[in-house]
Design a protein around this ligand. Structure first.
Ligand SMILES: Cc1cc2nc3c(=O)[nH]c(=O)nc-3n(C[C@H](O)[C@H](O)[C@H](O)COP(=O)(O)O)c2cc1C
Length: 426
């Protein structure tokens, strides 16, 4: 059985884990010393060799992304850290930043050295005020200790709280002071990103994984995980479980194993459906308990690893209600730039509301799938695609439950016994 393997989360249980003192006590800022003594290209090669893949959802190889930054171009280069974290169910960057903000700052110093950047911007979701305060304090402490300001500056930018601003190009527009809407690519950020300069955009967890790789080497990182998904990662377990929270394990662990290690589904209940990577990834059911939770394993089973946000729903949950709630979120967060997403998500909500209330007909299910087909792959960015995932997958696995709403003239679930879906919003 795969075991939990705390690397990023190794000292989270210590009361002062977020302080500079505690970080240094555990060897903090030794990795950046080591990296700064290395040739920047050697740092990029090390990260490439480690097999680290972006933890923001798409799993793009981090070292390869850094390698795309043109060299000798006499332009400023930028590192942008994506700390927007707004996907329903995704809650790993927030605890990471609360427990250990210095590991991100150290990762920024190393990444800036590798891509020859002098400035790193951390774009953080504005609603998480406690995290903003914590990261601000850590940055101030790093400046006071002379860790920052000697070649690398870090700026914390507070977003207004829009899911779309997690999409990397919308994030760049927002950072520049414009309304956050995705940009047409190419050019990609590596060529023309922030202020039209070569820019790397990486997730908090991706950059925070770098110091340990520099300290322990690529082989150490390669030794954990599966063939193409290396290292450890933070799985966020939420919903109808005994112990929700972060569980750091090598990539490839299964949900069955995580549930066994964490206390399982709440007593007296059984798993009905779950998301492997947040609400924009197709649902799984109890048939998928043994799917390896790595990029390839989840894709082969018809979903996506995404942000590894494991939202667990037991048999008391109405799947139609849960999917409606998620769809309302995507409709609300659609930035309006493209028609398929702006109009499509609005119509998805109208039809789902009717279906949930038992007002539609079976033909509405076909209409819903047709709408999804017109959004998927036709939207300007992946927000639209993500909005269709819970709908198409829930109809695939729970068509009978949709029909039951129609024959019952409303939701067949007992509203008292059912805990339904709370806390879905950003
Ligand atoms: C609608 C939308 C929201 C996103 N939100 C986030 C987010 O909050 N955090 C994040 O790191 N990536 C988010 N992404 C993915 C980013 O566009 C980008 O792929 C990621 O920041 C790259 O970092 P990585 O290579 O380290 O994973 C989002 C993408 C989309 C389409």
């Amino acid at each position: 059985m795969t075991k939990l393997a705390p690397v990023l989360s190794a000292h989270w249980d210590e009361k002062d884990s977020f302080t500079l003192e505690a970080y240094k006590r555990h060897g903090g800022y030794k990795a950046s010393e080591k990296a700064l003594a290395m040739d920047p290209d050697a740092v990029i090669q090390l990260v490439k060799d480690s097999g680290l893949r972006g933890r923001g959802g798409a799993g793009f190889p981090t070292g390869m992304k850094w390698g795309f930054i043109p060299q000798g171009d006499n332009k400023d280069h930028y590192l942008v850290v994506n700390a927007d974290e707004s996907e329903p169910g995704t809650c790993k960057d927030t605890p990471l930043l609360m427990a250990n903000p210095h590991v991100l700052i150290e990762g920024c110093i190393i990444a800036c050295h590798a891509i020859r950047a002098k400035h790193a911007f951390i774009y953080i979701r504005g609603e998480v005020t406690h995290v903003v305060r914590r990261v601000n304090q850590a940055i101030a402490d790093a400046y006071a200790a002379g860790i920052l300001g000697n070649g690398v500056d870090v700026v914390l930018h507070i977003g207004a709280g829009a899911y779309i601003c997690g999409e990397e190009t919308a994030l760049l527009d927002s950072l520049e002071g414009f309304r956050g809407q995705p940009r047409l690519r190419p050019p990609f950020p590596a060529i023309a990103g922030l202020y039209a300069r070569p820019t790397v955009v990486n997730n908090v967890e991706s950059i925070s994984s770098v110091p340990a790789i520099v300290m322990n080497g690529a082989e150490w990182y390669q030794s954990m995980g599966t063939e193409k998904s290396k290292g450890t990662t933070l799985y966020s377990l939420s919903g109808h479980v005994v112990n929700p929270g972060q569980f750091e394990a090598p990539l490839g662990i299964t949900l069955r194993e995580i549930l066994e290690l964490s206390g399982g589904v709440r007593k007296g209940h059984k798993l009905k459906f779950w998301t492997p990577g947040g609400s924009s990834t197709p649902l799984f059911t109890d048939e998928h308990l043994d799917v390896p939770l790595d990029y390839e394993g989840v894709a082969a089973a018809g979903s996506m690893l995404g942000t590894k946000a494991l939202q667990i729903f037991d048999e008391t949950t109405c799947v139609v209600r849960a999917v409606l709630r998620w769809t309302e979120f995507y409709k609300h967060e659609s930035c309006g730039k493209c028609t398929p997403c702006r109009e499509g998500t609005w119509w998805l909500v109208q039809i789902l509301r009717d279906l949930e209330a038992g007002k539609g007909t079976e033909a509405d299910l076909a209409k819903l799938l047709d709408l999804c087909d017109n959004i998927m792959g036709r939207s300007f960015c992946a927000l639209g695609d993500g909005a269709t995932s819970p709908i198409t997958s829930s109809i695939k696995y729970f068509r009978d439950e949709y029909i039951a709403h129609l024959t019952n003239g409303g939701c067949p679930f007992d509203p008292v016994a059912s805990t339904l879906f709370v806390g879905a919003g950003a």
